[in-house]
Write a protein that binds this ligand. Structure first.
Ligand code: TXA
Ligand code: MG
Length: 322
């Protein structure tokens, strides 16, 4: 019924967006559920489609630094410009003071706006053609795992979107790193596809990480349970064969790069045989979704090495299993 909704017609996507409709867009991180950021009614339908609470602000996407400067933010501090020039297009969202042209609904009434230039050829073209900044959260029901393929979007939000732009599998596979400035000091609100080291190397200063704040979440990605499968999900520091064999046969495992001596080895989903964190992040959400749909009753995962992209992966595993 909804299969024709997936396609690679950028013009069509642009037309729908200009009409105030919702279009799912590919990015290098995850698929987004996009609407014209200047149109409060279109933006309201994003919240409705995702069943997203209105206190959770959206990220605005564009293809150009000038647009960020002229219509999205009020001030573009020196440090932010430095990061933008180094990492855009790419998996970095900057939280900056918002321009009055951005409706309050987009930012949930905050004085700041999250903004990024995504690194995906089709979506960059789309942004140019439609000439509008696009407000877009990840294209999943609130609290669930983010989508990394067009089919993931179709499965859950097929009835809510007008069109899904087919841009293949997301290359990064984990959401953008969100960075704000508090008293001009850089603070990470969400670990993501850009590593702390990369950011620090450009800023030449230490970056604080504040990713858990249940009372007053600056970014709801900070909620302890988020990005979560429906199946019971257990996080262990390490899974070995002995541990795996203590679980019933309807348990599936996600390991970083371990072979397990278990009955029915298909139950072990390996994130990266070669122990590559990039490969692991690009596969994680697809594997979680597939297992969530499968006949297995429990998912047991292990932490990946806690460095580089591994910090963001472990963050998602923690929230998925909370
Ligand atoms: O990689 C990504 O960032 C993807 C793609 C589609 O760009 N988008 C994404 O959006 O993950 P979403 O809405 O699922 O997560 C955005 C996070 C939310 O936790 C939100 O609270 C935070 O960004 N955020 C947005 N604007 C903010 C602001 N002004 N201050 C603090 N946090 C903000
Ligand atoms: Mg999300």
């Amino acid at each position: 019924m909804t299969i024709h909704k997936i396609g690679s017609d950028i013009e069509k996507a642009a037309t729908f967006l200009k009409q105030g409709k919702l279009v799912a867009i590919p990015t290098e991180t995850v698929y987004g559920l996009a609407a014209n950021a200047f149109d409060p009614i279109a933006v309201a339908s994003i919240f409705e489609a995702k069943k997203r609470p209105h206190f959770d602000p959206l990220i605005v996407h564009t293809h150009s630094l000038e647009i960020v400067q002229n219509v999205i933010v009020k001030h573009f501090p020196e440090k932010a410009i430095k990061l933008a020039k180094a990492f855009w297009p790419g998996p970095l969202t900057l939280v900056l003071t918002k321009n009055d042209k951005i409706p309050d609904l987009v930012t949930s009434g905050k004085e700041t706006v999250g903004v990024r230039i995504p690194n995906h050829e089709m979506t960059l073209k789309l942004l140019k053609i439609c000439g509008l900044p696009l407000a877009a959260p990840s294209a999943n029901p609130f609290g669930y795992i983010s989508p990394t393929t067009a089919d993931h979007v179709l499965e859950q939000l097929g009835n809510e979107v007008e069109y899904i732009l087919e841009g293949g599998e997301c290359s990064v596979g984990i959401e953008s790193t969100i960075l704000a400035f508090e008293d001009e000091k850089p603070v990470i609100y969400r670990l993501g596809g850009l590593t702390i080291e990369e950011i620090e190397s450009v800023l030449n200063e230490k970056v604080k990480v504040v990713t858990e704040n249940e009372e007053n979440p600056s970014a709801p990605g900070m909620l302890k349970s988020h990005y979560a499968p429906k199946k019971k999900t257990i996080l262990l520091e390490k899974i070995n064969s002995e541990i795996a064999n203590t679980y019933p046969l309807d348990t599936a495992f996600i390991t970083f790069n371990s072979e397990l001596e278990i009955d029915d080895k298909c139950r072990n989903k390996v994130l990266s045989v070669n122990g590559d964190l990039k490969e692991a992040s690009s596969k994680l959400f697809s594997i979680l979704r597939a297992l969530d749909k499968s006949e297995y009753q429990t998912i047991v995962v292990e932490n990946v090495p806690n460095k580089d992209l591994g910090l963001a992966i472990n963050d998602r595993l923690r929230r998925a299993s909370f």
